[in-house]
Structure formats: structure tokens, C-alpha cells
Design a protein around this ligand. Structure first.
Ligand code: FE2
Ligand code: FE2
Length: 285
């Protein structure tokens, strides 16, 4: 199968979760410079479930506001347009992709735990470096591996082949994909997010998160998501051993030099933040 055939097949799958209309609308607004706080509030207010969920999120420890935010307009003013948009996108996507069947080598809860960890780490890296919007980096981190869900649910045989190769040959998931599949999970995720009309920077960061040098734009957001993913993977393997950082791309290491150097100091501290994010997002779905 070549990549085109693969994507054609993907297009024909009827039950690939379609994003709720509200996400599409909110996404489109981001590219519209005239979009106002009022307009965004109006869109959210049309969907009562979304109002409840958004208010719950903005009042959760995740955003750390002590005063209670009781209406959407207030939430948007306090947290900003981007944060609210990204909160809606995050909650909706986790919800849309949570009722998936479990497969050997794939457990949806573990999948989201990893994704949330990368999202929180990406947000932290961007806050520290001021290279990109922390909220945009959070969403990019959250979606970076979404292609794995598609593979495991709709291309089960291919997924299983990859999984066995990982186990038998001790290679990474990405390396096994390169060997066996016409496209890898990063490209699948890139394809989907493009279709869902996410910003180009997000599509690029996701598509190239395992192959930074293949990106022509080489955006800071890509370097952030790539680094966050590597750090989360290293720490998950064994949090006692300082991570080997050889898997981080040299360009990412150069740009994020200070953060990579001091990772052992700050990473344990954001573990609590990761936990509280997991608790919130996974309980919601
Ligand atoms: Fe990945
Ligand atoms: Fe990942």
C-alpha cells in the first residue's frame, strides 16, 4: 500500500470521530482576526454541555484561579480567547476519542495519559522559553500521537504488526512503522488535523514530531513538542535514572538548551501538574 492509497482508505472510514461542530467553528474563528470575545462567547453559549464543561475547566486547579468564574463571557475575558478555544478543543477531542476498543499494546487511558503529559510539558517549555503560545503548544502536545488511535482502531492488523515488531526487536514504535507501514502515526495525525482545519503550525508540529529535520518551516512549536515527547518518554522508562537525551534533535537541543540541561531539576515538579491535568481531562471524558 502506498501513502495515497492509505489516506484514501482513511477517508472512506465512516466512523472516524468527527469533531463537534463547535470545535470547527471555534477553530475557524482563530484564523479570523475580527473574531471578538462576544462572538466566541455566543458560540459557546449555544451549547449548554459545552458551557458547563468550559466553566468546570476554568474553575479547576488546572488554571489555578481562586475566584469563581461563573459565566462564559467572564471566562473568555479572564483567560483569553486562545486559552478558551484550546480548552474546548482539548476537552472535545479527548471525549470524541475515548470510547475506543482496547487492543493488545493499546490502552486508550494510557494513551491519553502520555498525550496529556506531553501537552503539559510542551506548555511548560513554551512558558519558560516564550517561543510560542503555551496554549497552542498544549494542544499540539495533546494531539501529537492521535494517529496511533486511528491505526489501532481502523488499521488493526497493521497496528498489531508494528506492535509485535516493537516487542520482538526492541525498536521504537516509530522505527517499526518506518519499516512496515506506508505512513507513520505522525503523518496520519497531521493529515487528520489538516482536515479538521487546525492552524498550519499545529499540523506541521504534529506531522514532524519524530523527524524534525523533514519540516521545511522548522517552527519553534515543533521543537517544543518534539522535545517534550522525548523527555516524557525518557522519564517514563525510569524516573530514577537521568534521561539519555540523545534522541532529541540537535536543533531542538540548541534552541531549548537551558531547559534540556536542567530537566532533572524541573521535570519532577511538573509531575503534579500532569497528574491534576489527567485527573481533570480523563474524568471529564
Ligand atoms: Fe509519536
Ligand atoms: Fe508521543
Amino acid at each position: 500500500m502506498d501513502p495515497q492509497t492509505f489516506f484514501k482508505k482513511l477517508d472512506r472510514i465512516p466512523d472516524i470521530p468527527t469533531l463537534p461542530t463547535i470545535v470547527i467553528k471555534v477553530n475557524k474563528m482563530l484564523q479570523d482576526y475580527d473574531a471578538s470575545i462576544k462572538k466566541l462567547s455566543e458560540i459557546i453559549e449555544k451549547d449548554q454541555a459545552m458551557v458547563t464543561r468550559t466553566l468546570k475547566l476554568v474553575n479547576s486547579t488546572f488554571y489555578g484561579f481562586s475566584s469563581k468564574i461563573t459565566n462564559i463571557n467572564h471566562a473568555v475575558i479572564i483567560l483569553g480567547f486562545n486559552t478558551i478555544r484550546n480548552a474546548i478543543v482539548s476537552v472535545s477531542i479527548i471525549k470524541a476519542f475515548s470510547g475506543e476498543k482496547t487492543l493488545e499494546g493499546f490502552e486508550i487511558r494510557d494513551f491519553w495519559k502520555h498525550s496529556i503529559a506531553v501537552a503539559v510539558t510542551s506548555r511548560h517549555l513554551s512558558e519558560q522559553t516564550k517561543l510560542d503560545s503555551p496554549d497552542d503548544c498544549f494542544v499540539a502536545g495533546l494531539l501529537h500521537d492521535i494517529g496511533k488511535v486511528i491505526l489501532s482502531q481502523h488499521f488493526t492488523e497493521l497496528f498489531t504488526q508494528v506492535w509485535h515488531t516493537v516487542k520482538e526487536n526492541g525498536v521504537s514504535f516509530y522505527e517499526a512503522e518506518q519499516k512496515l507501514l506506508p505512513v507513520n502515526h505522525a503523518q496520519i495525525a497531521g493529515y487528520l488535523t489538516k482536515k479538521w482545519q487546525f492552524p498550519e503550525s499545529l499540523v506541521d508540529s504534529i506531522t514532524h514530531h519524530h523527524a524534525v529535520r523533514e519540516s521545511v518551516s522548522s517552527l519553534d512549536q515543533l521543537l517544543i513538542v518534539h522535545t517534550a515527547d522525548s523527555l516524557v518518554n525518557k522519564y517514563k522508562a525510569d524516573s530514577e535514572i537521568p534521561p539519555r537525551l540523545s534522541s532529541i534533535d540537535p536543533e531542538a537541543k540548541r534552541v531549548l538548551f537551558r531547559q534540556v540541561e536542567t530537566v532533572s531539576d524541573w521535570f519532577p515538579n511538573i509531575a503534579t501538574e500532569i497528574e491534576s491535568a489527567c485527573e481533570f481531562f480523563l474524568k471529564e471524558s
